[in-house]
Write a protein that binds this ligand. Structure first.
Ligand code: SAT
Ligand code: MN
Length: 662
C-alpha cells in the first residue's frame, strides 16, 4: 500500500535524520519516509501485543505518539491502555469508579465538588528527589565554590538516570490501567502554546490534569509536525500490592523520583501522586522543561501570576508577579481592591510564558487552565474570588470536611463559628474547632477551573497573550525589607530578583521557618544553569524592546512584637496603585535608597487604613542591609561563582557601595 493514502502518514522526522545531507532526492526521501512509517507501525503493533485498548482509537493517533505509547507500555506493562478525550462524560465515569473504590468522596454541599485524602506520606513536592538530567553537569548547575552543594538545580547523569529508571519502571504498571492524556499548555494551537502527552496509572491525575490543563482530542490535530513533551508518571505500586494502601492512595514514598531530560523534552515521575510531583504539566513541564525550550527559542517561562489592573480612569495595565510557592500569588492575582474604582482581573495565578512581540512589548500567556491553590487561609475575607471559583467542578486534596458535606480548613473559623460543625480532619479523624493540631494539612489544595473565576480576564485565553508593563518579585521577609521598591534598571531588577529570599512554607518538604534564598522564585523549578538563566534575562533586553520595570514587594514585614505591619490582601491595591502611577510617570512619588526607589511619605494611598507605622514599613535599615550585602555576595559567589554574568556582578558591587556608605 502507498503510505500516502494512509490518514496518519507522517513519520517522526528524526527517523530521516541519518538520510539528511546524503544527496538523496526529495522523492527517495519520501519513499524512505513511507517505508519507515510501515516498519515503525509494525514494530509498534508487535510491541503492543494483545494489550487491550480500553478506550480510544490507537490507530488514529499520530505515529510518533503511537511509538511513544507502545515503547512505554512495553516497559511498564499495564493491563490496558485508556486514551483520554477530556470530556465531562469521561470524567464522570472515572469519578464514579473512584467513589465506589473509596478514594474520592463527594462534598454534598456543592455541585460536582470532590474531596480526597492522600497517603499522609505523600503531601508535598519533594525537591530532594527531583532531578535534571544532562550530559554535562554544568548544563544543569552552576560552577559552585569548592565543596558547596548547588541549591539551584539538582543534577543527575544520564548513566545514573538509566540505573534509577531500570530499578523502578519495568513492570511498574502491572495490573493497572495506563491512561494517555493529550494536553495543551496554553490555548490549543496558539503561537506560544506547547503540547504534552502524559502517561499515568493514577486516575486522580487524570481528573486533575483535566482541570489544570486543556485535555481534549483536538490536541492531536494541533500536534501536526510539532514536537510534544513526553511525560511518564507512575505511582510506583504494581499489582498485586504487597504493602497496605493507605486512604486508597497508592504511592511509593521510599522510591520517589522525578527526573527531567531537557534535551529530549522528557519527564519521568515515580512513586508520588501529589500535585507538582504528578501533574506533570505544571512545574515539570511549564517551568523546568519549558524554561529550556524558552532559552532555545528566546522567550521566558516563569513562576509568575498575571493580572490585569484597571485604574479608576479606565486605563488597564498588565502586571506579572513572582513569589515562591504558598506566598499568596493566587490571592494577589484575584485581589479585591479596597480602593474605590479599581478593578483587578486574573489572567493566571502561578505560571507565565512570556515572549517579546514584533512591537517590542512583552506578551504573557497563562499556560494552565486551572488553579491549584493552597486551601488553608483562603476564605471570603482573604480571597472571595477564589472561594467563588471552587464552588463547583473542583477537587480538594487533604482538606477537612464537615459531616454536612462542606470543606473545612484553617482560616474558615469565622464562617463556621455559629455552626460548631462536626469535622473530619485531613487524616480522617473526628475533630472540633479548638481541638489541638490542624484540621487540614498546611499544603492542602483546591484544583478549580480558571474559567469559573468571576474575575477571570476576558483575554485570559488570548493566544498572543497580554502586554506586561511591570514585573514584581516578592517573598515572606519578616525583617528589614520595605513594603515596596522600584529597581533602577532591567539589570538592577535582574540582580534584585537573583537575591530573592523568603521564609519557607509547607509547599515543599522543608522543616521549620527560616529565610531561604529563592532566586526569581524559581529555585525549585530551575531548568538549567542559573548563570545562563541570568544571562538569558539580560540578553532579552534589546534596543527595540520595551522591557518591563521591575519591582520588589514585601507584604510580610513584622514589628518588634511580631505583628504584621501591613494588612495585605485587598489593601495591596494601594501598592499596585503606587507602582502604576510610577509606570505612568507621575512625579514626586519616590525616595532614592541604596536598594531602589521606595515610596515618598504620603505617596501611597492610606485612606481608611487607620494606624500604619509608615517609617517602620518603608525603612531601609543600614545594619540590616550591610549584613545582607555580605550574605548576598557570599551566596552568589558560592552558588553561581564564575557563571555570574558580569552585569549582575556590577550591580552587586554598585549596590554594596551604596549600602556601605549608609
Ligand atoms: O505542588 S505544586 O508544585 O504544584 C504547587 C506549588 O508548590 O506551587
Ligand atoms: Mn507555584
Amino acid at each position: 500500500p502507498s503510505g500516502a493514502d494512509h490518514p496518519n502518514m507522517s513519520v517522526d522526522p528524526s527517523l530521516l535524520t541519518p538520510y539528511k545531507n546524503t544527496g538523496a532526492s526529495e522523492a527517495s526521501l519520501r519513499q524512505i519516509s513511507e517505508d519507515a512509517f510501515y516498519v515503525v507501525n509494525e514494530v509498534v503493533m508487535k510491541r503492543l501485543g494483545h494489550l487491550p485498548i480500553l478506550k480510544g482509537d490507537f490507530h488514529l493517533l499520530p505515529p510518533k505518539v503511537q511509538r511513544f505509547i507502545a515503547e512505554k507500555a512495553e516497559l511498564m506493562r499495564p493491563r490496558g491502555i485508556f486514551i483520554c478525550d477530556g470530556t465531562q462524560h469521561e470524567a464522570d465515569d472515572i469519578i464514579h469508579k473512584l467513589i465506589e473504590r473509596g478514594m474520592l468522596s463527594k462534598l454534598e454541599a456543592y455541585e460536582n465538588n470532590y474531596i480526597c485524602r492522600t497517603d499522609p506520606k505523600d503531601v508535598a513536592r519533594v525537591e530532594s528527589k527531583t532531578w535534571m538530567v544532562t550530559k554535562e553537569k554544568h548544563q544543569t548547575v552552576c560552577r559552585t565554590a569548592e565543596g558547596v552543594e548547588p541549591i539551584m538545580g539538582h543534577w543527575m547523569s544520564p548513566e545514573s538516570l538509566s540505573t534509577e529508571l531500570d530499578s523502578r519502571f519495568p513492570g511498574c504498571m502491572a495490573g493497572r490501567t495506563m491512561y494517555v492524556i493529550p494536553f495543551s499548555m496554553g490555548p490549543i494551537g496558539g503561537p506560544l502554546s506547547k503540547i504534552g502527552v502524559q502517561l499515568t496509572d493514577s486516575n486522580y491525575v487524570v481528573l486533575s490534569m483535566r482541570v489544570m490543563t486543556r485535555v481534549c482530542n483536538s490536541v492531536w490535530d494541533a500536534l501536526g509536525d510539532n514536537d510534544f513533551v513526553r511525560c511518564i508518571h507512575s505511582v510506583g505500586l504494581p499489582r498485586p500490592v504487597k504493602q497496605r494502601v493507605i486512604n486508597h492512595w497508592p504511592c511509593n514514598p521510599e522510591r520517589v523520583l522525578i527526573a527531567h531530560r531537557p534535551p529530549e523534552r522528557e519527564i519521568w515521575s515515580f512513586g508520588s501522586g501529589y500535585g507538582g510531583n504528578s501533574l506533570l504539566g505544571k512545574k515539570c513541564f511549564a517551568l523546568r522543561i519549558a524554561s529550556n525550550i524558552a532559552y532555545d527559542e528566546g522567550w521566558m517561562a516563569e513562576h509568575m501570576l498575571i493580572m490585569g489592573v484597571t485604574r479608576p480612569c479606565g486605563r488597564e495595565h498588565f502586571i506579572a508577579a513572582a513569589f515562591p510557592s504558598a506566598c499568596g500569588k493566587t490571592n494577589l492575582a484575584m485581589l479585591e481592591p479596597t480602593l474605590p474604582g479599581w478593578k483587578v482581573r486574573c489572567v493566571g495565578d502561578d505560571i507565565a510564558w512570556m515572549k517579546f512581540g514584533e512591537d517590542g512589548r512583552l506578551y504573557a500567556i497563562n499556560p494552565e487552565a486551572g488553579f491549584f491553590g493552597v486551601a488553608p487561609g483562603t476564605s471570603n475575607r482573604t480571597n472571595p474570588m477564589a472561594v467563588a471559583t471552587f464552588q463547583k467542578n473542583s477537587i480538594f486534596t487533604n482538606v477537612a470536611e464537615t459531616t454536612t458535606g462542606e470543606y473545612y480548613w484553617e482560616g474558615l473559623e469565622e464562617d463556621y463559628k455559629d455552626k460548631d460543625p462536626e469535622i473530619i480532619n485531613w487524616l480522617g479523624e473526628k475533630w472540633k474547632i479548638g481541638d489541638p493540631g490542624v484540621a487540614a494539612h498546611p499544603n492542602s489544595r483546591f484544583a478549580a477551573p480558571a474559567s469559573q473565576c468571576p474575575i477571570i480576564h476576558p483575554d485570559w485565553e488570548s493566544p498572543k497573550g497580554v502586554p506586561i508593563e511591570a514585573i514584581i518579585f516578592g517573598g515572606r521577609r519578616p525583617a528589614g525589607v520595605p513594603l515596596v521598591f522600584e529597581t533602577h534598571s532591567w539589570e538592577h531588577g535582574v540582580f534584585t530578583a537573583a537575591c530573592l529570599k523568603s521564609e519557607t512554607t509547607a509547599a515543599a518538604e522543608h522543616k521549620g521557618k527560616n529565610v531561604m534564598h529563592d532566586p526569581f522564585a524559581m529555585r525549585p523549578f530551575m531548568g538549567y544553569n542559573f548563570g545562563k538563566y541570568l544571562q538569558h534575562w539580560l540578553d532579552l533586553k534589546t534596543e527595540k524592546r520595551q522591557v518591563p520595570k521591575i519591582y520588589h514587594v514585601n507584604w510580610f514585614r513584622k514589628d518588634a512584637d511580631g505583628k504584621f505591619l501591613w494588612p495585605g490582601f485587598g489593601d495591596n491595591i494601594r501598592v499596585i496603585d503606587w507602582i502604576i502611577r510610577r509606570l505612568d510617570g507621575e512625579a514626586n512619588l519616590g525616595v532614592e535608597t541604596a536598594i531602589g526607589t521606595v515610596p515618598a511619605p504620603g505617596s501611597v494611598d492610606m485612606s481608611g487604613l487607620g494606624d500604619i507605622k509608615w517609617d517602620e514599613l518603608m525603612s531601609v535599615p543600614a545594619d540590616y542591609w550591610k549584613e545582607d550585602a555580605k550574605e548576598v555576595r557570599a551566596f552568589l559567589e558560592a552558588q553561581v561563582g564564575p557563571d555570574l554574568p558580569k552585569e549582575v556582578r556590577h550591580e552587586m558591587d554598585e549596590q554594596e557601595k551604596k549600602i556601605n556608605s549608609l
